[in-house]
Design a protein around this ligand. Structure first.
Ligand SMILES: [Mg+2]
Length: 112
């Protein structure tokens, strides 16, 4: 049996946000937006390749690209929060929207 890979000293959300702010200061918002677009493109490509040919190699690539996109989406939230005029944090707003959409999906499935 393969031992699961356990990464020790995981970064908390707070530590990640601090890191994103350092990255944002270093490279600026435009570079971070462009990086996000590129990562989204890479994810689409890796999904297509996995769908066409599901194997360990394409799955590893897919995992890699999902991680990249999740990191960039967290950065986008930090970026948007910086220029936001909302009272609520992006985290809470995104979570609320997810809850709304999940409940709508549940209702659709229950109603056949
Ligand atoms: Mg990538």
């Amino acid at each position: 049996m393969i031992e699961p890979l356990i990464i020790k000293n995981r970064m908390t959300k707070e530590e990640r946000v601090t890191l994103y702010k350092v990255a944002l200061n270093r490279w600026g918002p435009t570079a971070q937006w462009i990086q996000t677009f590129e990562e989204l493109g890479e994810l689409m490509q890796s999904m297509s390749k996995f769908y066409r040919s599901p194997n360990k190699t394409t799955r590893t690539k897919l995992v890699d690209e999902i991680a990249d996109v999740k990191i960039m989406l967290e950065q986008v939230q930090v970026l948007v929060e910086d220029i936001s005029m909302e009272e609520l944090s992006m985290d809470i707003m995104v979570d609320n929207q997810m809850q709304f959409k999940l409940k709508r999906l549940l209702k659709r499935l229950e109603n056949g």
